[in-house]
Design a protein around this ligand. Sequence first.
Ligand SMILES: NC(=O)c1ccc[n+]([C@@H]2O[C@H](COP(=O)([O-])OP(=O)(O)OC[C@H]3O[C@@H](n4cnc5c(N)ncnc54)[C@H](O)[C@@H]3O)[C@@H](O)[C@H]2O)c1
Ligand SMILES: O=P(O)(O)OC[C@H](O)CO
Length: 349
Amino acid sequence: MQENTPNRRRITVLGAGAWGTAVAIAVAARHDVLLWGRNAATMRDLDAARDNTHYLPGYPFPPALQVTADFDAAVAHTLRDAEGDDGLLIAACPVAGLRPLLESLKGRPIPNVVWLCKGFEYETGLLPHQIFAEVLGDGIASGALSGPSFAQEVARGLPCALTIASQSAALRDCVVATVHGGTMRVYASDDLIGVEVGGAVKNVMAIATGIADGLGLGLNARAALVTRGLAEVTRLGTTLGGNIETFMGLTGMGDLILTCTGDLSRNRRVGLGLAQGKALATIVSELGHVAEGVPCAKAVRELAARLGVEMPITNGVAAVLFDGVSPQELVGRMLARDPRDETLNPAAK
Ligand SMILES: NC(=O)c1ccc[n+]([C@@H]2O[C@H](COP(=O)([O-])OP(=O)(O)OC[C@H]3O[C@@H](n4cnc5c(N)ncnc54)[C@H](O)[C@@H]3O)[C@@H](O)[C@H]2O)c1
Ligand SMILES: O=P(O)(O)OC[C@H](O)CO
């Protein structure tokens, strides 16, 4: 196997949830990593235990991973060093936290920035790269790192393939040189829209598949839902300007398959809980983690309605989450829909 030995780089991960912690553990095999979290008491616990007992218990921190609640120190860790090398700043918060996090970076001399969150902003319907542009403009090399990746498997060092999407070739090269290697493969793309839409809408499809599986509708129904879900993701993504090819890749079909079928998915577990008749508030509180598909279902329903894009599965999930429609009623509605041609944008018969 070909060895990949990148230069040692200073990396800061902003956000100490499950995914930020897993990525920090993975990159600390080859780099000097600082993991920042906003709660000082929690970060002291992590430091003492050398384990994220709150969000990702059972995966000991490697020696090159340090933790802090000091935001200034966390950002300064990635500043250009005496040799002229820039560090890498990784934003690992949920979509809801991205705007405030980026606001707190304003006016600082920051280097390359990558975000890991998957969704549309609830209030604005914006994708993460659009939030970044609104807050920090286009003078900083930035991009989305996305793809099929459960935190627990990455923290265990199991193989995983991700995509770095950015308009900046230098940023893409930097992330590939830094993160690719060992058990981690990183592919590059310039299709930010396609990559971000795939990562966002698959979470809604995972809730739908969780509902179907929880109701015992069978493997045929699951395959149909994932496939029609991919058509729906692709329809919205191409309307927004994404490249159709991207939806067949890691951040499209790849992440859709993983999240719809893997029981480690928090979004799939939301759907399973809904099928059991649990209230959304109960499911979310039992989960103890973010389920991006919940706010995303509402944001995507509104966006698709504005754009005139047909998204029946998303609309159905949003109806169960927010309008009091029961999972059983949703199944009836989906099966009663009029027939369609199996093209991307069919005319109603
Ligand atoms: N867990 C995974 O396997 C995984 C994999 C790939 C991508 N992601 C994405 O990464 C993002 C973070 O997921 P996670 O698994 O780390 O979530 P998590 O629920 O495990 O942790 C969320 C972290 O963000 C903080 N947080 C919560 N709400 C916040 C807010 N409004 N503002 C700022 N910080 C906030 C919490 O304190 C916590 O540290 C999500 O967008 C998720 O879709 C997760
Ligand atoms: O646990 P979920 O449903 O948030 O999914 C985690 C990752 O996005 C899978 O790639």
